[in-house]
Design a binder for this molecule. Structure first.
Ligand SMILES: Nc1ncnc2c1ncn2[C@@H]1O[C@H](COP(=O)(O)OP(=O)(O)OP(=O)(O)O)[C@@H](O)[C@H]1O
Length: 251
């Protein structure tokens, strides 16, 4: 993914401001920033729910300026809160995972081939959600639903996973278990988050996003400093750990 000077305007306000960012296939990178800094806007841009301003800058994904979301989803497994909300509650878990092969939500027609059903079952095992395969999606807890979405993202064996705040609404133990699952997938991880504890040691590179602009971009250990985090969150922050991280806010 290559963005050069990309600007996105939402409702008359600049949500991403001349952002230049290149992410290579298979790279493990976290995009970290406070509420409202433009993280979800970036995910929606990649997923073609939003478009950049056409009058300047350029964006290429999979080597192309115009990409097809279905093709993109073959390369990239996407997990977002929006996706979780879009799956119809009465959809069976297995259907929700199989539907991921075509980037569809909940309803599948001829794509439930034996191969795809087997791949969906294997992905449910990898995401530690095999026991949920007979349930309906709307009856799952947040943690269970998140695991099913990870299975959905893994089923078609993409090169990388794009995850928007994957542990949101999960309790401490479920969040930890989910991050362990992600570590084991061996996929490239593009993690978009404001949770420091989601920045696991596998993440090699961190991009700090502040008010729609890139504040810092580089190797995790160089970027994840108390000084940078204090600047990012406009508060005196003492960073602890070496991935995953925690932080103390000094008052
Ligand atoms: N539907 C919308 N219409 C107009 N502006 C929006 C919309 N959604 C977000 N914005 C604005 O775009 C900017 C970036 O928002 P975005 O949702 O990308 O931030 P974020 O970093 O994902 O925040 P959070 O961590 O709170 O999810 C913010 O100024 C926000 O108010």
């Amino acid at each position: 993914m290559e963005m050069r000077d990309v600007t996105v305007v939402r409702d008359g306000r600049i949500a991403l401001d001349s952002v230049s960012l290149t992410i290579e296939r298979g790279e493990n990178v976290a995009i970290l920033g406070p509420n409202g800094c433009g993280k979800s806007t970036l995910v929606k841009l990649i997923d073609r729910e939003l478009y950049p301003r056409a009058d300047h800058g350029s964006m290429r994904i999979l080597g192309r300026q115009r990409w097809n979301v279905t093709e993109l989803r073959k390369e990239l497994g996407i997990v977002t809160n929006d996706l979780q909300a879009q799956i119809l509650p009465e959809t069976s878990v297995l259907d929700a995972v199989v539907a991921g092969f075509q980037g569809k939500l909940g309803v599948y027609y001829d794509e439930g081939t034996p191969e795809r059903l087997a791949a969906a079952q294997a992905a449910l095992v990898a995401a530690e959600a095999a026991h949920l395969s007979d349930r309906v999606f709307g009856a799952l807890s947040s943690g269970e639903a998140r695991r099913v979405l990870i299975a959905r993202a893994l089923a078609h064996d993409p090169g990388s996973l794009l995850l928007d705040e994957p542990t949101t609404s999960l309790d401490l133990v479920s969040a930890h278990a989910l991050l362990e699952t992600l570590r084991r997938t061996g996929k490239g991880l593009v993690l978009v988050t404001h949770h420091l504890e989601e920045i696991i040691p596998e993440i090699d590179r961190v991009v700090l996003l502040k008010a729609g602009r890139i504040l810092a971009d580089g190797p995790r250990r160089e970027v994840m400093t108390s000084q940078n985090l204090s600047q990012l969150f406009c508060t005196d922050i003492v960073l602890q750990g070496d991935g995953p991280y925690s932080a103390q806010v000094r008052r």
